[in-house]
Design a protein around this ligand. Structure first.
Ligand SMILES: Cc1cc2nc3c(=O)[nH]c(=O)nc-3n(C[C@H](O)[C@H](O)[C@H](O)COP(=O)(O)OP(=O)(O)OC[C@H]3O[C@@H](n4cnc5c(N)ncnc54)[C@H](O)[C@@H]3O)c2cc1C
Length: 379
């Protein structure tokens, strides 16, 4: 008599960013069949996107084909598809093209995107930086602005072409401002004949009272001084009230600028909407301590698309190490459910925060230990 082998447990992971990929890595050798779905064919190292946007790195240096990363894992199938819903009754993921993918366990790791605080009409004039396409679009805008300025005879129009506005002074805004300033001050001057790229203005506008609000006061003050030393104009406490093709209005003032970059806000993916589950103001799913979605023990959600309190009571930050830790934890829980010892609730461990200011300076906050200074000799 022959017996039919038990069907392997089907795990569907949506999103091959830091969280989703780490879940797939953590399930290596487990008795599961994995389907990894992403609407892009590459995994993206978002922390270095600003270097692609400022022509310091090529796209191939920060993106890798997802299926190549998992080519040795025969139990993993990679699908290039966009998810637009979940049928929780039938346990199926719904794809935009009408197909469905069944699951026994579902992991939602769909990240976040830009938020314009109710002003989506600003997006064409002030694009954000989230995808490889965003980075190449910004790179083109920045470099073309210098090219057009070189051929522009009208002084006002030339000044507007040489004005670069970055809205939002978090790590991305600070890193972009520092790198664009160095591009204008150090890299480009010998290449142009009719314009002096030293005269380009890089204006960093922030609604809050300081740059890098997530860092300690003294590090934030150091970052501001370092930005100003390389020519960045830092405007604090000045919310932007309008973005158009010609410039921005902030703090009641108008500034003509042809390049505006949005680095001010994010909102989570639509995962909470798909499930009709509770979410915070940034649309982040509120998950349970084992990272499952309330009411759905078979659905996990991780990374930038969720909110959960860390050991200090503050929300776990939306950074790559947090998404990776959550991905690893979910893989452990899935393994335990298939037979093994169950880990305790998820506990985030913060290893520190870093922001780079131009090529040479950086600040690092390890909590008790705080470092700032030149990159090779940081103290
Ligand atoms: C410009 C920038 C700079 C950053 N700098 C740093 C830094 O210096 N240090 C740091 O730690 N963190 C940094 N971060 C944050 C870090 O990148 C995120 O916290 C991390 O990527 C979150 O991982 P995730 O897996 O939740 O989402 P992501 O890595 O964003 O992955 C989500 C994946 O889901 C896919 N997806 C989304 N929706 C769908 C859908 N409907 N169907 C199919 N696929 C979908 C996406 O294509 C993507 O591949 C930065 C982020 C940005 C944008």
């Amino acid at each position: 008599m022959t017996t039919t082998p038990a069907k392997p447990h089907r795990v569907v992971i949506v999103g091959a960013g830091f969280g989703g990929l780490e879940t797939a890595f953590g399930l290596k050798g487990a008795a599961v069949e994995i389907t990894l779905i992403d609407r892009r064919n590459h995994h993206l190292f978002q922390p270095l996107l600003y270097q692609v946007a400022t022509a310091s790195l090529a796209t191939s240096e920060i993106a890798w084909p997802i299926r190549h990363l998992l080519r040795d894992r025969k139990e993993v199938t990679t699908l290039f598809a966009s998810v637009n819903g979940v049928d929780t009754n039938e346990k199926r993921v719904l794809l935009e093209d009408g197909d469905t993918v069944p699951y026994d366990t579902l992991v939602l790791a769909t990240g976040a995107r830009h938020a314009y605080f109710g002003h989506d009409e600003w997006e064409p004039f002030a694009p954000g930086l989230k995808t490889l396409e965003d980075a190449t679009t910004l790179r083109r805008r920045i470099l073309v602005a210098f090219e057009r300025a070189e051929r522009e005879s009208d002084p006002e129009r030339r000044a507007a072409l040489l004005t670069f506005v970055i809205i939002g002074a978090g790590p991305t805004g600070v890193e972009l401002a520092g790198t664009i300033a160095e591009l204008a001050q150090e890299t480009l001057p010998p290449d142009f004949r009719n314009i002096d790229t030293h005269k380009a203005r890089v204006v960093l506008i922030e609604a809050g009272p300081r740059v890098l609000a997530g860092f300690a006061d003294d590090l934030s003050a150091y970052a501001q001084r370092s930005l100003e030393a390389i020519g960045v104009e830092v405007m604090l406490g000045q919310p932007v009230t309008e973005c158009t093709a010609d410039g921005v209005t902030y703090g009641g003032k108008r500034l003509d600028a042809r390049t505006i970059i949005w680095a001010a806000g994010v909102r989570a993916s639509r995962a909470a909407e798909w499930l009709g589950a509770p979410a915070d103001r940034a649309h982040r799913l509120q998950v349970k301590p084992d990272l499952t979605v309330p009411g759905y023990p078979e659905i996990f959600a991780i990374g930038d698309t969720v909110t959960i309190a860390g050991p200090d009571g503050n929300p776990v930050p939306g950074i790559a190490p947090a998404a990776k830790q959550e991905g690893r934890y979910v893989a452990q829980v899935i393994r335990a459910r298939l037979g093994g010892s169950m880990p305790g609730p998820f506990r985030y461990k913060h290893a520190g925060s870093l922001a780079q200011i131009g090529k040479r300076k950086a600040i690092i906050d390890f909590g008790k230990i705080k470092l700032r200074g030149m990159m090779p000799t940081i103290r």
